[in-house]
Design a binder for this molecule. Structure first.
Ligand code: NAG
Ligand code: NAG
Ligand code: NAG
Ligand code: NAG
Ligand code: NAG
Ligand code: NAG
Length: 190
């Protein structure tokens, strides 16, 4: 089994297992179980050279190229609803080969940093998946929380107070699997 993380909006291509060059391929089937319980399958009978069965109605899931040449599956563009398990089964005269991908969809958060009254700053990592983590340099007197949106994204919000009147600049560091980012802001004096 293979864990695979792909960014929303991109194209994902999933490969089938490598079969020994001497084996005779009869049928390739992709079985798809999406997290919201929908399941469907697509199969190709190599001898008859045609796509036999396909009850996957999501037009973004298709064979990557001509299936008689290549049984890879393509998801384009990837959305959060595509999270789930994708199993490629290859039936050959010598036996069956299969593997399963556990697909996780990543959404980069939008980062904002704003200055509030009284030497307080707020950093937000908006609508990321999974939830982003927020760190500060230097550490302040902080309150951090998460808001879960219906579409599966999470907004992380952290608000910090800096009573030290000599400190002039603070930095918010957002850590996320799609890449870490940082933003700095100047505090008002006093
Ligand atoms: C596709 O077919 C499989 C097995 O025949 C069935 O379990 C599944 O619910 C079907 N999916 C759709 C979307 O019709
Ligand atoms: C399979 O079908 C395609 C068209 O659908 C054709 O171009 C190709 O030559 C066929 N291959 C074999 C091995 O019959
Ligand atoms: C500024 O923040 C400090 C610490 O949270 C608090 O004690 C103080 O009352 C605040 N002052 C104003 C004017 O809000
Ligand atoms: C999810 O919902 C939030 C809040 O409504 C929105 O800002 C964000 O763009 C949405 N993201 C996706 C991937 O649909
Ligand atoms: C702020 O800086 C001044 C001058 O460098 C120093 O005397 C004072 O102790 C500093 N205050 C704090 C809270 O560090
Ligand atoms: C992002 O930040 C986290 C926490 O500081 C760190 O563990 C991780 O290695 C960083 N990732 C990248 C790609 O720099």
């Amino acid at each position: 089994d293979i864990s695979l993380s792909v960014q929303m909006g991109t194209k994902a291509v999933l490969c089938c297992p490598h079969i020994p060059p001497t084996s005779v391929l009869i049928i390739t089937t992709w079985k798809i179980h999406l997290r919201d319980k929908l399941s469907c399958s697509m199969s190709l009978n190599r001898e008859r050279n045609q796509s036999e069965k396909n009850n996957c109605t999501d037009g973004r899931i298709s064979w990557a190229s001509r299936p008689d040449q290549n049984p890879e599956l393509q998801i384009h563009p990837v959305s959060i609803s595509h999270e789930g398990d994708y199993r490629c089964e290859m039936g050959t005269l010598e036996g069956n080969f299969e593997h399963t991908y556990h697909l996780q969809v990543l959404v980069p958060p939008e980062v904002t940093l704003s200055l509030e009254k009284n030497r307080t700053v707020e950093c937000k990592a908006i609508a990321g998946r999974p939830a982003a983590q927020i760190f500060w340099a230097p550490e302040g007197d902080c309150v951090t929380g998460k808001e879960y949106q219906d579409n599966g994204t999470v907004t992380t919000r952290s608000r910090c107070h800096y009573p030290d009147g000599n400190l002039s600049t603070v930095t918010c560091l957002v850590s996320h699997p799609t890449g870490n980012r940082s933003q700095s802001i100047d505090l008002l004096p006093g």
